[in-house]
Design a protein around this ligand. Structure first.
Ligand code: KG4
Ligand code: ZN
Length: 329
């Protein structure tokens, strides 16, 4: 089966071709225009998707060597995400599907992030725990098989990606903040300052990052670089506070569920320090990470999950609408 995937839930426009579980092409265009505003402007994002979708679909077809009329189905992100940008992607996907007389399948963006781990290693076995860490979500899931997901814990306020993005703004870095904080933290001393870790009570699998952000805001009000403490030391300490929290909760989730495998998913999963800390903290657990290019938003994960769902016999009618607040379970 050949599936074209389309992703437009936020500020990445993406198209990909999946054939029988293999990604033949995956093209992503990140909308750099938002960086000067310090965050995504929804109207601008929708207009950018509109401009780019057709071109990206052609690029993904060309790269994969697949012809338009060979596509069996189109998979498109239906939510969660920004209503306007989702609508742009869905309208485009439906128009193309009608023209080609093929089905169009709505895909849950969060579920696709999790399933991107099967692209890294098709031998990944159920059950596993997934730490889903993106710009809008921080959740721990027990994944028993497709469509059988149990939420173990989630953030009560900011998502981990948001903590990176808001922290970056306080440090005077641009958007998206995660990769910039990761870069600046290199060579910094992560023990220079101890930032608070939220909801660390013994049993809790919930997250909270808003106190950390406030604490950084107050700290930076009075901070002066000196020979002994540089700004990069504070950036490294801030990143460590986020990562320590994520890793501790992952450890607890594994203890609680007694599974032997865990994965991470979403944009923050691209963070190398998070990957290394997880590996050193959980030496007896099998840990999988998606390829860096499949952590942040992409259409490969959409086409892959669309194909899995179609093969599992799930069927859809074309009259679905956007689901900006779509949940996983
Ligand atoms: O999954 P994603 O691309 O979009 C959403 O579905 O939200 O995640 C975007 C988030 C942003 O908050 C970005 O700052 C963060 O992922 N991010 C990172 C890194 N790369 C992206 N955070 C930490 N380290 C990174 N290397
Ligand atoms: Zn995402």
């Amino acid at each position: 089966m050949i599936v074209l995937g389309i992703e437009s839930s936020c500020d990445e426009t993406a198209a990909a071709i999946c054939r029988n579980g293999k990604i033949l092409s995956s093209v992503v265009s990140s909308q750099l225009i938002h960086s000067k505003f310090g965050g995504v402007i929804p109207e601008i994002a929708s207009r950018e998707h509109e401009k780019l979708l057709n071109q990206l679909v052609h690029e993904s077809l060309e790269e994969s060597g697949i012809k338009k009329d060979e596509i069996d189905a189109i998979a498109v992100t239906v939510g969660p995400g920004l209503a306007g940008t989702l609508l742009t992607g869905i309208s485009f996907a439906k128009g193309l599907a009608l023209g080609l007389d093929i089905p169009v399948l709505p895909v849950n963006h969060l579920e696709a992030h999790i399933f991107a781990n099967f692209l890294a290693d098709p031998s990944l076995e159920y059950p596993f725990v997934c730490l889903l860490v993106s710009g809008g979500h921080t959740q721990l899931w027990l994944i028993e098989k497709m469509n059988h997901y149990t939420l173990l814990g989630e953030t009560r306020d900011d998502a981990a990606g948001e903590a990176f993005d808001k922290g970056a703004r306080i440090f005077g870095l641009s958007y998206p903040g995660g990769p910039l904080i990761e870069e600046e933290a290199k060579g910094g001393n992560p023990k220079a300052h101890h930032f608070p870790r939220g909801l660390m009570g013994k049993e809790s699998l919930e997250f909270s990052f808003s106190g950390l952000k406030t604490s950084l805001l107050y700290f930076m009000d009075n901070f002066q670089e000196s020979d002994s403490v540089k700004k990069r030391d504070i950036i490294a300490s801030y990143q460590k506070a986020i990562i320590d929290t994520l890793v501790e909760k992952m450890k607890r989730a594994i203890q609680k569920t007694n599974v032997k495998t865990c994965v991470i998913a979403g944009g923050v999963a691209a963070n190398k320090s998070l990957r290394e800390t997880l590996e050193s903290s959980l030496p007896t657990i099998r840990i999988l990470f998606p390829d860096l290019s499949y952590c942040t938003d992409n259409a490969a994960m959409i086409s892959y999950l669309g194909e899995l769902k179609a093969n599992a016999g799930e069927s859809w009618s074309i009259d679905f609408g956007v689901k900006p607040n779509l949940k996983l379970a």
